[in-house]
Design a binder for this molecule. Structure first.
Ligand code: ANZ
Length: 937
């Protein structure tokens, strides 16, 4: 019987689906294992062979764990809100829900063909109301919570209100303390409801605020920092400008320290952790307040070097700093205004990246040095960022490169406060190891001591304190989009109110147009039925808005990262209609044991979801603080693009070998038109595009040879290979094994379809082992010791490999094993049965088929993993070198457990020994068992 993979694979895919083979149990005595993939955005282009790489790896692991006796949760779903469906809707009028559904169906079909062991009964889609109902609910939980710094924990806002009623905000330690005025209980109780609400908004974990946002006019939306690459939008590459808008924000900055500390608890790749650490950007230093001369105001600055306080010779404010307007003198007004306007046009990133251009303007104002009381000129300069620290610096030109450059440029004084250090040397990196000089009470102290002393002195005069600063900013949570989760929020006199849980989900309304309105409101501004009736508790027509019982609903939607920040919890109990997850399910599954996905989510999804998880943990809603114990970033599969070369301004294409010295333009050709020898199917190329229909070709040796280049696999580069084609031609088992065979999971590697035949032949060879000609045939005879050795070597290596996520090396181990068993003509059931289980995580269809042929009635999925036994690897014979007077003359294979005397006897009787001795009697025979025999004669 031939290895008919098409038939076998279809048969088992049907079997698995009908028998719900991979359905995970929420009530099980087995230990749990949760293997998760980052769920895909279902794009219109479908999957290419790069996409399933991580899914195959996690599937191998999930299947392996089932063989090992675990109850495995291996779910899949769709991150189905997002921009592409919306942009398609803008262009075609097609409802995003419709395109999303079509794309999901296509994804599902493709995934099914690869034979994943997903529990589809738990599928989630972030755009489904039964899912986003709970996203809305979590948003409400965040709104109803504040962060108690004294306990480092989120708490209910009702606790805060009670405290305010009793003691005002005295004794409350919250993130917003610096910009929240102190009030007493009496004052609080005297505030109007609106005043109370606006104070509470400063504490809530999600809050409305006027924030400076990254506005992308072309996309008509706000973008998060991680959605901007090199100053332009990641999607589409459009310019981004800064703009003030009222937006929902998430107080992720409150969790900065815990997000940092939590990294020590998880087994995630070190480079990814580093990216998160840098993004959080912890700096230890001090906040120092400089009094302004001639104004009743202070400039607070954040510095990491309070020890350099006596080196301050000027101060610099960010041009956007709120004091700039107040303190600028008449004489400087014009210059300052012009400078402020010029910087507004530059993005924060541009300003950070630009270290060469030195620019700034003097405000005319002076601050007073906290100790010397000397006047310090106050400048503005765009190297100081408005959004970091306090947006102002104490400039120390002898300690900081940018301050130094600025001082030189504007001829400001550069006082030296370091002992035995020539400041023109610019050894800034090493200033921490120097000793302070010219600094009054800090003289003679090293960096550490001077820092502590400076902070203590600042505290004693009431002008500063130690401070830790984080670069992590609160995350803007509003998007001016249609295809996202609606907020469960309506507005009463401009104040946001939450809709109660019983009335969720608030379903996305229908709109006629998916574009912003003419008045610049987000797309939901086009909805006619988008008002909240507080009597009926339902969404009603806008015409009914009376601002008494019917109020306008929020027009923004949530960002792409909302649903993905908690979906992993939903899989534990996906169908639950009354809770986001039942506590019992959470207690059993707890967290993700293995999470596989791309490293590009380091500062987006993987940070936001850690933040939400910590919040849910604080509220007692989830049992663990970190949602994923282990994470692996799979490397990208690269495409091998093909290029044709067009002679400039002609329709003539020149074969690769003939292009030298000619002026040609390389053009991507679809790789499906090129064979393994890089030869282009010229007819197919002519038919590809109308503009190539009359293309001329200059051939070499009668062929058109294309150029090849390895690039990111992408539809736009025409280098994508579809998994469907591979499955059709070679089968899913071959695809799965080949994807693993390409190289280590974490590394980037080019796809090369030509290499796949090796894996395909291997599976045919495996199939043959179980067959005699056309007939399935295994024997019940005792296996040979060689076969047992081949099998157990393989068990040991494959188990070790899977445990180390080294899937590529297992594939070659299987190849060696099958070659050995073939050479041994092994067809023993005792070998071939465990072999089927061993290979089933990698090639599950063929394994199931063989398992059935071996006489089993149940799926192989939970058959116990073969147990390695070391005894089979013990060598049964030993090759002895036989020496005469120290010179090796020949070798002899003897049983490994043979004793000294017997060895000596056999060696001496051997004809080659007789020939060496030529009748002489040996003086001595030295036998080292297991090693060597030396005859001294
Ligand atoms: C005085 C000083 C002396 C500083 C010295 C450095 C060296 P990190 O580590 O990134 O936190 N700074 C503070 N706020 C800033 C802002 N909004 N824009 C640009 N620079 C700002 O760096 C903190 C240091 O960066 C602070 O310490 C401040 O300069 C500057 F020898 O203060 B330093």
């Amino acid at each position: 019987m031939k290895y008919n993979f098409n038939e076998i694979e279809a048969k088992w895919q049907k079997y698995w689906s009908e028998n719900q083979t991979f359905k995970a149990e929420n009530n099980s005595d087995k230990p749990k294992f949760y293997a998760l993939d980052m769920f895909p955005y279902p794009s219109g282009a479908g999957l290419h062979v790069g996409h399933p790489l991580g899914y195959i790896a996690s599937d191998i692991y999930a299947r392996y764990k089932r063989h090992k006796g675990f109850n495995v949760l291996h779910p899949m779903g769709y991150d189905s809100f997002g921009l592409p469906a919306e942009q398609y809707a803008i262009q075609t009028g097609q409802h995003p829900a419709v395109t999303t559904e079509t794309n999901i169906n296509r994804y599902r079909e493709q995934l099914d063909k690869i034979g994943f062991s997903f529990d589809w009964s738990r599928e989630v889609r972030t755009s489904n109301p039964d899912f986003y109902k709970w996203t809305q609910w979590i948003f409400i939980q965040l709104f109803n919570s504040w962060y108690d710094k004294s306990e480092e924990k989120a708490k209910d806002v009702t606790v805060l209100i009670e405290a305010f009623q009793k003691n005002g905000n005295n004794g409350i330690v919250a993130v917003c303390d610096e910009d929240t005025p102190a009030f007493t209980a009496a004052e609080w109780n005297g505030f109007t409801t609106a005043e109370k609400e606006s104070i509470l908004l400063k504490y809530r974990l999600t809050y409305l605020a006027d924030t400076e946002v990254n506005w992308c006019p072309a996309l008509g939306t706000v973008l998060a920092n991680d959605e901007i690459v090199n100053g332009v939008s990641e999607r589409g590459g459009y310019p981004v400008v800064r703009k003030k808008m009222t937006q929902w924000s998430m107080r992720i900055a409150a969790y900065a320290e815990r997000l940092l500390q939590g990294l020590t608890q998880v087994d995630w790749p070190e480079p990814l952790k580093d990216i998160q650490r840098n993004w959080i950007g912890k700096s230890v230093g001090a906040q120092v307040r400089f009094k302004l001369m001639d104004h009743d105001a202070e400039i607070p600055v954040f510095t990491t070097r309070p020890d350099t306080i006596f080196g301050v010779s000027f101060m610099t404010l960010a041009p956007e700093h709120e004091l700039v307007g107040k303190i600028t003198t008449e004489a400087q007004k014009e210059a300052v205004a012009a400078y402020v306007e010029a910087t507004a046009k530059r993005s924060e990133r541009e300003r950070m990246a630009d270290v060469k251009t030195i620019s700034g303007v003097f405000t005319g104002a002076f601050a007073e040095h906290p100790f010397t009381k000397e006047p310090i000129p106050v400048w503005i300069g765009d190297y100081v960022l408005a959004g970091y620290g306090t947006g102002a610096v104490m400039a120390v030109p002898c300690g900081d490169q940018r301050d130094f450059d600025f001082a030189k440029h504007f001829e400001l004084p550069i006082p030296n406060i370091f002992k035995d250090t020539d400041i023109t040397e610019q050894a800034f990196a090493d200033k921490e190891n120097t000793v302070i000089d010219n600094s009054d009470f800090l003289n003679g102290l090293d960096y550490k001591k001077a820092t502590a002393k400076a902070i203590a002195e600042l505290e004693s005069i009431g002008q500063g304190a130690g401070k830790i600063n984080y670069r992590l900013r609160d995350a803007v949570f509003s998007r001016q989009r249609y295809w996202g989760e609606p907020f469960p929020v309506y507005y009463v006199n401009g104040m946001p109110k939450m809709i109660e849980k019983e009335h969720l989900p608030i379903i996305l309304p229908e709109v006629e147009k998916y574009l912003p309105t003419e008045t610049g409101e987000p797309p939901l501004g086009n909805a006619r039925v988008w008002a909240w009736d507080t009597n009926e508790n339902k969404v009603v027509s806008n015409e009914m808005i009376d601002n008494e019982t019917v109020f306008p609903l929020e027009l923004n939607t949530m960002p792409g990262w909302a649903g993905s920040s908690w979906y992993f919890n939903r899989y534990m109990d996906a169908g639950n209609d009354s809770e986001f997850v039942a506590q019992r399910a959470l207690e059993y599954w707890k967290d993700v044991d293995l999470y596989i996905g791309g490293s590009e989510h380091a500062t987006g999804h993987l940070l936001y979801s850690r933040f939400w998880q910590k919040f849910l943990f604080d509220k007692g809603l989830v049992p663990v603080e970190e949602f994923a114990k282990k994470l692996i970033n799979q490397g990208m599969i690269l495409g091998t693009s093909a290029f044709v070369y067009r002679l400039e301004n002609t329709n003539t294409f020149v074969s690769k070998g003939l292009i030298e010295g000619r002026s040609v333009q390389p053009i991507h050709a679809d790789v499906s038109m090129v064979n393994a020898s890089d030869e282009l199917d010229v007819e197919a190329f002519r038919n590809w595009r109308p503009e190539y229909s009359d293309a001329e070709f200059q051939l070499e040796g009668g062929k058109y040879i294309v150029g090849r280049e390895v690039e990111k696999m992408s539809k736009s580069k025409y280098n994508v290979v579809s998994p469907d084609d591979i499955c059709k031609e070679y089968g899913a088992d071959t695809l799965r094994m080949y994807e693993m065979f390409l190289g280590p999971l974490e590394q980037a590697k080019p796809w090369n379809t030509a290499g796949i035949t090796g894996v395909y032949s291997f599976l045919k060879k495996l199939w043959k082992l179980y067959h005699n000609g056309d007939d399935f045939e295994v024997s019940d005879a005792k296996p040979s010791s060689e076969s047992l050795k081949s099998l157990h070597k393989t068990i040991r290596k494959v188990e070790e490999d899977i445990d180390n996520f080294s899937f590529n090396t297992s594939v070659s181990t299987f190849m060696i094993c099958v070659n050995e068993l073939t050479a041994q003509k092994c067809n023993s059931r005792a070998i071939l049965e465990p072999l089927a289980v061993l290979i089933s995580p990698y090639a599950p269809h063929i394994a199931e088929e063989l398992w059935q042929l071996l006489g089993h009635n149940e799926s192989i999925a939970t058959a116990p993993f073969p147990v390695f036994e070391a005894k089979y690897l013990v060598e049964s014979t030993k090759t002895y070198p036989i020496s005469f007077n120290g010179k090796m003359r020949f070798t002899l294979d003897l049983p490994a457990d043979m004793g000294k005397e017997e060895i000596e006897k056999i060696v001496l009787e051997h004809e080659k020994t007789q020939a060496q001795l030529e009748g002489r009697a040996p003086k001595k025979v030295i036998v080292v068992p297991g090693k060597i025999v030396n005859v001294v004669g």
